[in-house]
Design a protein around this ligand. Structure first.
Ligand code: AGP
Length: 597
């Protein structure tokens, strides 16, 4: 997500803000910008990195300011969509991190009143709304309170005002921390941006509005009631702070999944004007690589179950060189980075063959978005670890949503059934949190695997791809040779490899194939292989009879079980790799974005 910094004090703000902003570069971003108050407000912003911005901007005088690195969610990376944003009267400027869900409704209202917008972002509506309330009330603080009461979604906002040295810092489901100085104060979305200047900080809580001046920090709730927040001493090194206190980016990203999934449920569609008639949908093809391919394989089960039409899934590097048969399907390209060379080439090829193409990606404005007819954005935020974690589970969310939407629109899924699945989907972030809360139990299971050199992951039905993804995660970061297999296939070859030295992880979430799965686990037990079973908590007693170790997850409908199971498997791979001393965030020979064929 975006990075935010603010400063008010007795030093010149420009250099200080830019160097603090550079501390947030590790998060990934596509644009940067700064606003400084010196009587009037001056803003500089552009697409590209902070160095690019620094080269363009003249010396800006002023001791109060805000700055921002943007990770695009609404509107492609470009100057106009970069933060800070100002209102029509240039009285205010603000930076925002998060997603304003009801921005379109507010924007329409404000446009009718004559407000002119310069960007496609959700963030810009906030500053215009503040301007609008200010016009009516004549008081900034009151205008801010009135504004936050209208906003739905997640936001961390810093607001500055001309001829003033105060900064409003507003938090709702997006972090903000205030760094306390002597005659100066700092604000940031992340601790690393502050550490150079102070180790004394106040973490804002949900619903807090802080008014920060060089001399004081006043924190209130939406109604103006004073809120008491204790200052804390930070003892992290800069490197620890970048990882939010987690040992690795991968672990941080695994733990970010409840909010990443929640945000992706608010995912946004970019559609062509002529809305496609889903009734005529006869088949779907999914094309992707690596983890995204596994999301695609899971998508096959989801879409076939809901839409009752055939879905085929192909690895991008195979699809692009397959015979150029006319494409009668809708082709879904899945790529978190949007830059995978094989997937982009497959998108071009699918279009050339006459297919209607849809991309699911996590990066706004990435190359794939220019090669397809329609885009669905996941909202996982930047992923730094090479191993895909939160981008995978959010891809699954996009596929569930797509299936539900097509299902209802085509009349293939009953509206009430769709509502029921959606209700369960909304509970998934909470269930993922419960899996994360059991991380110590999963760490103990990892102990059981640390010496393994080979292992199998088995599953059936919708959890067969989950097993493949679990195996990929394990091999990628722990270097244990792991194979993902459909459980029913073991007896057709792989059983020959099973010994007491070959652990097998079986996914046994209760569904129509549960009994069959138990039979397969028994086959494995007969070869004396160590067995780990992942299943629903309510089945723990049964599963314990079959397994040496059990990882339980909260119950959900079988269709949605790949999300919590995958999170448990990500933790298992992580802890196993960590115990083996592997270099988790940068596994050997691998790159985050594979831009070569
Ligand atoms: C997964 O952990 C890997 N890093 C890799 O398989 C990845 O999913 C693959 O390279 C595809 O990347 P994309 O989603 O950016 O296209």
């Amino acid at each position: 997500m975006c990075g935010i910094v603010g400063y008010t004090g007795d030093r010149e703000a420009q250099e200080l803000l830019l160097s603090s902003l550079k501390r947030l570069e590790y998060r990934g971003y596509d644009s940067a910008g700064i606003a400084i108050v010196s009587g009037e407000i001056t803003i500089f912003k552009d697409k590209g990195n902070i160095n690019n911005l620094s080269k363009q901007i003249p010396k800006m005088k002023g001791r109060t300011g805000i700055a921002h690195t943007r990770w695009a969610t609404h509107g492609v990376p470009m100057k106009n969509n970069s933060h800070p944003f100002s209102d029509c009267t240039s009285r205010f400027a603000l930076v925002h991190n998060g997603i304003i869900e009801n921005y379109q409704e507010i924007k329409d209202e404000l446009m009718k009143k004559g407000h002119i917008f310069s960007s496609e972002t959700d963030s810009e509506v906030i500053v215009h709304l503040i301007e609008d309330f200010f016009k009516e009330i004549g008081d900034t603080e009151k205008a801010v309170r009135a504004t936050v009461k209208r906003l739905e979604g997640s936001y961390a906002i810093l607001l500055i005002e001309k001829e003033s040295n105060r900064i409003f810092a507003i938090r709702n489901r997006s972090p903000l921390v205030i760094g306390l100085g002597d005659g100066e104060n700092f604000i940031a979305s992340d601790v690393p941006a502050l550490l150079e200047h102070t180790s004394s900080v106040i973490y804002l809580q949900e619903g807090d509005i802080a008014e920060v001046t060089p001399e004081r920090v006043l924190i209130t709730d939406h109604d103006g009631n004073a809120m008491k927040r204790e200052a804390q001493e930070i003892e992290w090194s800069l490197e620890d702070a970048e990882k939010g206190g987690y040992k690795h980016f991968m672990l941080k990203e695994i733990f970010e999944q409840p909010s990443a999934i929640q945000d992706s449920m608010r995912g946004r569609w970019v559609e062509p004007a002529d809305r496609y008639n889903h009734r005529s949908l006869r088949s779907i093809k999914i094309v992707a690589c690596g983890t995204s391919y596994h999301a695609g394989l899971t998508g096959k089960y989801i879409l076939e179950e809901i839409l009752k039409i055939p879905v085929t899934v192909e690895v991008a590097s195979e699809y692009r060189y397959s015979p150029p048969i006319r494409e009668n399907s809708t082709v879904i390209l899945i790529t978190q980075s949007g830059e995978t060379a094989d997937t982009i080439a497959a998108a071009v090829e699918a279009r050339r063959r006459g297919g209607r193409t849809i991309a699911i990606t996590n990066v706004v404005g990435s190359t794939i978005t220019r090669e397809v007819d329609e885009v669905i954005y996941t909202q996982a935020g930047p992923e730094m670890g090479v191993a895909a974690t939160k981008t995978f589970t959010t891809q699954l969310v996009a596929l569930y949503q797509l299936a539900l939407r097509y299902g209802v629109e085509s009349g293939r899924l009953d509206y009430d059934d769709a509502k029921e699945i959606e209700r369960e989907l909304r509970l998934i972030p909470r269930k993922v949190r419960a899996v994360l809360d059991s991380h110590e139990d999963i760490e103990k299971v990892a102990e059981f695997l640390r010496k393994a050199e080979n292992m199998f992951f088995i599953g059936r039905n919708i959890n067969y791809p989950t097993a493949m993804e679990g195996a990929l995660k394990m091999k990628e970061i722990s270097y244990i040779h792991a194979e993902g297999y459909p459980a029913g296939e073991l007896k057709h070859g792989p059983l020959a490899l099973l010994t007491s030295e070959t652990p097998v992880l079986a996914i046994a979430c209760r569904n129509a194939t549960f009994e069959k799965m138990l039979g397969n686990i028994r086959e494995v037990g007969a070869r004396e292989s160590p067995i780990i079973v992942v299943g629903f908590k309510k089945d723990r007693r049964i599963l314990e009879r079959y397994a040496d170790r059990v990882i339980d997850i909260p119950e959900t409908i079988p269709l949605l079980s790949p999300i919590p199971v995958s999170v448990a498997l990500q933790l298992l791979s992580y802890y196993t790799a960590d115990m083996r001393g592997a270099e988790i965030d940068r596994p050997r020979n691998l790159a985050k974005s594979v831009t070569v064929e």
